[in-house]
Design a protein around this ligand. Sequence first.
Ligand code: DP6
Length: 359
Amino acid sequence: MADQKIYRASTTAPVNIAVIKYWGKRDPSLNLPTNSSLSVTLSQSDLRTHTTASCSSTFEGPDTLLLNNAPQSLSTARSLACLKSLRALRSKLEDAESSLPKLSTYPLRLVSVNNFPTAAGLASSAAGFAALVRAIADLYELQQSPTELSLIARQGSGSACRSLLGGYVAWDHGTRDDGLDSRARLVAPKSHWSDMKALILVVSAAKKGVSSTTGMQTTVQTSSLFQTRTKEVVPKEMAEMEKAIKSKDFATFAKVTMRESNSFHATCLDTDPPIFYLNDVSRAAIKAVEELNEKAGRTIAAYTFDAGPNAVIYYLEADEDAVLKTFLPILRQKEGWGKMDTKIDGPGPASPQVVEVLE
Ligand code: DP6
């Protein structure tokens, strides 16, 4: 009798926020980056994608994906590349062990839920593809390590490769044409530096204007700053950042994080046509961090911004009072933050969220 069972696996994957930014592809179809990057993986209790993957011979039609209840296309080259690689690994297992059900041939039903704004510069594609790959790998009972799975997630969305690992994670750009050395690497687990915290200022929940994929391609084609950034700036910052993380040197971690965010956004501005991800609220957050550090007489907070206006402020737990004292009253009092944002980016209240670094 034919296999009528429904097979199912659920997982969650966290958001990661880069302190050294990935911006530029040397191979767009394989998602191979022009430079290495490094991120901090955030706690899953705060920002994550939850994905359930099911498959059955009784399911009809093509594979499907629901994200926050809305049907999404799985026929994009990126999604197809992920599904193909995962099916190939399952198929190898099935060839080696003939009693295994032929899950690789069954249609997939994927259901994902984000607990944060999708595509508002909060790395939703990172958590999304990491969860998709992990859920299907679990469904197929694949034995590949997170680093090996990061090669697959990278093809879905570059930054997703870093969300397969927790703690402080590098994505080495690699030099091979087939991309097999372009994958995530653990720099340090959360336990190494566990008092790191992130305050996320969701200044706009609106979708970003220029997607990362499109933005970085235009930058590669038009920005002259980009060449210096990729060849000279980022390699130096990567080395300094890894050293800072290994020696738990927050002042250097913070300096490099802020410098890197500014270098990335300067490159965006140097793109033709220019790309503006920061808004007035973002710039107010930068100023607030600068004043906070100045007042403290040492560097206690660092800002960084991805492809959107939302600020992520990194700080150490011991300095939480000072950091929250700076940001919470501003957010509460200054209705302007919300209002300004409403005018610029559409609705979305300014809601601060403190999140922890994930193990
Ligand atoms: C600014 O990973 O979203 O967040 O590979 O085209 O899907 P694609 O791009 P994506 O780009 C992220 C860019 C960034 C920086 C970073 O996370 O490193």
